[in-house]
Structures are given as structure tokens and as C-alpha cells.
Design a protein around this ligand. Sequence first.
Ligand code: NAP
Length: 275
Amino acid sequence: MTGSDVRDVALVTGASSGIGVEIARLLASRGHNLVLAARRTELMEDLAQRLRNSHGVDVLVLACDLSLPGAARSLHKQVVDSGRQVTLLVNNAGATLEGRYLDFATAEQTGSVNLLAVNPAELIHCCLPAMLERGDGRVLTISSLGAYWPCLPGITVYAGSKALVVNLTRTLDAEYRGSGVRFSATVPFTTDTAFIDTPTNREIVGRMPRFMIQTPADVARIAIDGVDAGRIVQHTSVVNRLLAGILKTLPPALVARAIIAFMSLGRDDIKASRS
Ligand SMILES: NC(=O)c1ccc[n+]([C@@H]2O[C@H](COP(=O)([O-])OP(=O)(O)OC[C@H]3O[C@@H](n4cnc5c(N)ncnc54)[C@H](OP(=O)(O)O)[C@@H]3O)[C@@H](O)[C@H]2O)c1
């Protein structure tokens, strides 16, 4: 296959739902060809068909479980083997495990770290060499305000994994500055997607002021604007930025006690950790 036969694409993980769907829509509306990756292929095939019809873009759907070791490498290989090259990588897929550490098998906890941190990092490792060779490329990773909490009891490995990708983004920006490849991490807080439709989150969100809950379309637009503007870390609202600043100054033990007290209202397992 010659260089001119290779098709430039934006690879969006977690494109079957929520923020990933909105990012895919936005990119398609700007004429980007896409690769959509997640586990639920029917949802992505449906979205792909709608994007082809309305924007005339090429869309490839790939099934992958990014909680599995090596999933990023195998996903990237499928993209390359299909004659495509990733010019914009969007690491968006994510989920939480609600409960204390031992409530889940070791494979599940490891899988969560794979999904949130290891596979996103590995996808960047796979895509970066060709981007550097071309002197052009963009990497967007969807982190979370969770990255700024000193600890988050009840979703044990989430905060640390999300912190890793923010730190990785800043570090890669420093290491590859001037190369033509730009790195951006977006930091949303509560966004109205299936992600917050869990017993604990419903309880927390129910007590939050409405203005703090963002739509996935807004988060997608702000994230892509952040990439366009070359912002290394893009908070999705002023409130989130302020919260991130405050959280960094709080003592971890105090934060842990407050979270456990707050979350225990609806959570027997967390309540048990206080006794
Ligand atoms: N919503 C919020 O309040 C919020 C706040 C801060 C950060 N975030 C972050 O935003 C990102 C997108 O979440 P969302 O709010 O749009 O939630 P969502 O609607 O639940 O979407 C999550 C996406 O991730 C994919 N995914 C989950 N597990 C996967 C796996 N093992 N392998 C491959 N794909 C997987 C899901 O696809 P399949 O199930 O089809 O695999 C889905 O497409 C996540 O990284 C999340 O941490 C969300």
C-alpha cells in the first residue's frame, strides 16, 4: 500500500455512548473520517451509518474490550491493516467499578486500570511514531475531575488512573514540544451520560445544583476546542477549574472521611468501611 492510499482517520474510543458519540458527531461534521471503537458494535454501526449519510465520511467500526491487556495494540493493528492511519487519537472510553477494593476480583480491578490508563497510554505509544514522522498529529484524552482528588474511596482505582493520563499528557507535551504533535487532556466533572446512571452517582447528582451538570455535547465541543487551541489541560467549566484548584490543597485524610460520610448514605459497603 502506498502512502497516498492510506486514509487519515480520527480514532475515537468509547464511541458507542455519551461523550464519545458526541465527539464522533462533531468530528464527522468537520469532515473527519472515523474509526469508532468500543464493545457494543450495534450502537456504533447505527451511529456510523448516520454519520456516513449526513456527512459523507468514511467510518469503520471496530469491536474491542479495552479492559483487556494488549487490546490497544490489537486495535491499532486492525486500524493500520485496514489501510488507515490515526491523525487524531481520542482516548475517551471509561467506566467505574463502584465498591471497595476487595469487592471486585483482581482481574476486574486490573481491567479498570487497563481501560482508564494502560490502554490509553499504549494507544498513544502505537500512534505516536507515525505522527512524529509526519510532523503532525493530535492526541486527546478524556480524563476527569477525579484526577484532582487526593483519593476517591468507593471507586478505588479511578482517581489514580485519571491522574495518570493528565500527567502523561503534560509530560508528552514537554517531551515532544515542537514536533508538530499536540497532546490535550480534557477534565469533565458531572456529565449527563450513562456513566452517572449508577446508584451512588444518582444519589450524588440528585443533590448537585443543575448548572454543574453538563451535556455530553457541550463536553465534546469544549474538548475539541481545547485540541484546536492547543490547550494541554482543558477544564470543561470555570467551576470545575476552581474545584480542581481547591481539591489539590485539601488533606487526603479529610477528603477521604468526607467522601465516605457522604457516600455512605446510600451505600452499605462504604458504610461498613467506617465502622
Ligand atoms: N459522565 C461523567 O460524569 C464523566 C465525568 C468525568 C469523566 N468522564 C469520562 O468521560 C469518558 C466517557 O464517559 P461517558 O460519560 O461518555 O460515559 P458512557 O456514556 O458510559 O460511555 C462510556 C464509553 O466507554 C466505553 N467503554 C466502557 N468500558 C469499555 C471497555 N471495557 N472497552 C471498550 N470501551 C469501553 C463504552 O462502550 P461499550 O460499553 O460499548 O464498550 C462507552 O462507549 C470516560 O472516560 C469517563 O471516565 C465522565
